[in-house]
Design a binder for this molecule. Structure first.
Ligand code: FUL
Ligand code: CA
Length: 481
């Protein structure tokens, strides 16, 4: 009597567990760790947007103005923000962030809280407003508008006193309250005051809450966020390992920031979702200078920057500084159009789109999470493994010999960043040969590989923090010289 009873109980238990696991697995995976909010996700999908450094430095040909410049030096002869917007649009960029106030303190809008503004310039007899013209142009061209405001201010008489924080908030009120929607507020952490310089204790919580109050949908950039982070260099180079996570507790932008290596790679166990934004200039300096007209980055340099930023799970903020006319110089705009054409040429057709794709594991063996989701061009459909499964192989059978040298992988980050290590092999006709072993994936990873011609590619996920969830895979050929 006893035996069958135990047997029955066990059977019920085992069947019950199996049914429970199957039920769990046929549901989408639960989120793992910190995840992006809707704003961060929409921002990540922008991928590239333009930075514009413009101000007295454009006319005085320096990178850091002292703040003692005569405001009359700011005098663009033919300011054309629509030309900037048209250029950004042609380059496939999704928005423009302008230096509304750089370290010299000069305001590109007629601020009521400073004497050092466009209102004191000769431009349009002091009646002009660059933020008005640019925000209008962005709207006209379907671009998002963003604002850079330097906390470090070498002009304002209150800088170095507690009063300055309120001045800065008043300025934020103006730039965020009067020009329509702002997608990103950029806080520069730089402060070049020497040991004998003015000491300003910034009220970051007040600055951030002011942005949230005025522009609830705006991303706040600084060295440590709170919404997106600096990558630790100004070369557009994100870490090959890049976790969109960081613990920011106890850190502040500027002198109080984590070391640049940490900013560059993020932290595998970081407490906050904090994606990277890689900033870099198309010229050697941030501001326009006639001397750099022939030093605009080459197409190859721009493509490489794209791979080390957007291709490493970061957004690319590419600076294109207008000249003293207030135009983007043709050397820069021509290069940007070439850049867009090259990206379109490389990435418009996924060479694996019609391939047969299979996976060693599929969540609940359900087509809902099947490998074909990896090639449907839709970020929101994904392949996933069962809970607890952190290894898997995905095989792409291209059907015919195909040459490629770029492999794109996208993780479905709305459920968290998971992949920790993966490798890529190709079939040389008789065996698998490994061409890459890498760590993180994130929103978008593009591997630059040696050019191989093959019929089959295998991606092995070797370790992950939780069951892997991948949205898209693509194979491409970059044949640009
Ligand atoms: C730095 C500044 O000091 C540079 O002038 C430039 O604005 C760059 C984007 O950020 O911290
Ligand atoms: Ca998909």
């Amino acid at each position: 009597m006893r035996k069958p009873l135990i047997f029955n109980l066990l059977a019920i238990l085992i069947l019950g567990c199996a049914a429970e696991t199957a039920a769990q697995n046929s549901a989408p995976p639960a989120p793992f760790g910190p995840i992006p909010d809707a704003r961060q996700l929409a921002w990540q999908k922008m991928e590239t947007y333009m930075f514009v450094h413009f101000g007295p430095n454009t006319f005085t040909n320096v990178e850091w103005g002292s703040g003692a410049e005569n405001p009359e030096v700011f005098n663009p002869t033919d300011l054309d923000c629509r030309q900037w917007a048209a250029t950004a649009k042609a380059a496939g960029m999704k928005g423009i962030i302008i230096t509304a106030k750089h370290h010299d303190g000069f305001c590109l809008w007629p601020s009521k809280f400073s004497e050092h503004t466009v209102a004191r310039s000769l431009w349009k007899n002091g009646q002009g407003d660059v933020l008005r013209e640019l925000s209008d142009a962005c709207r006209e061209y379907g671009l998002k508008f963003g604002v850079y405001l330097s906390p470090w201010d070498r002009n304002h008489p209150t800088y170095g006193t507690a009063d300055y924080n309120q001045v800065f908030v008043n300025m934020l009120d103006e730039v965020l309250g009067n020009y329509g929607e702002v997608f990103e507020q950029w806080f520069d952490g730089a402060n070049g005051e020497g040991p004998n310089g003015k000491k300003q204790v910034y009220d970051w919580p007040l600055f951030n809450s002011t942005v949230n109050r005025l522009q609830a949908k705006a991303m706040i950039f600084s060295d440590v966020g709170p919404d997106c982070r600096w990558v630790g260099n100004e070369n557009g180079v994100m870490g090959e390992t890049n976790w969109s996570r960081l613990t920011t507790e106890g850190f502040t932008p500027g002198w109080g920031a984590p070391d640049t290596k940490t900013l560059n790679t993020g932290q595998i166990d970081g407490a906050r979702w904090l994606p990277g934004e890689a900033d870099v200039s198309i010229r050697p300096g941030w501001f326009y200078s006639p001397e750099t007209d022939n030093n605009v980055k080459s197409l190859r340099q721009l493509l490489n920057i794209y791979y080390t930023s957007a291709g490493r799970n970061a957004n690319l903020l590419l600076n294109v500084p207008p000249d003293t006319r207030g135009h983007i110089h043709s050397n820069d705009s021509v290069r940007l159009v070439e850049f867009r054409a090259a990206l379109d040429r490389i990435f418009s057709v996924n060479l694996a789109a019609k391939a047969k794709i299979t996976a060693s594991e599929t969540r609940a063996n359900s087509p809902l999470f099947g490998a074909t989701n990896l090639l449907d061009g839709n970020f929101d459909t994904y392949w996933a493994a069962d809970d607890g499964q952190t290894k898997a192989e995905i095989t792409i059978d291209l059907g015919k010999e195909t040459a490629f040298n770029r492999l794109l992988i996208q993780e479905y980050i709305p459920l968290g960043q998971r992949v920790k290590q993966f490798s890529v092999d190709y079939w040389d006709g008789s065996q698998w040969l490994t061409i890459a072993r890498q760590t993180t994936v994130g929103y978008k990873r593009i591997l630059c590989l040696p050019r191989v011609k093959t019929k089959k590619i295998r991606i092995s996920i070797e370790d992950a923090l939780a069951c892997p969830i991948i949205s898209e895979i693509g194979c491409y050929l970059d044949d640009i010289q």
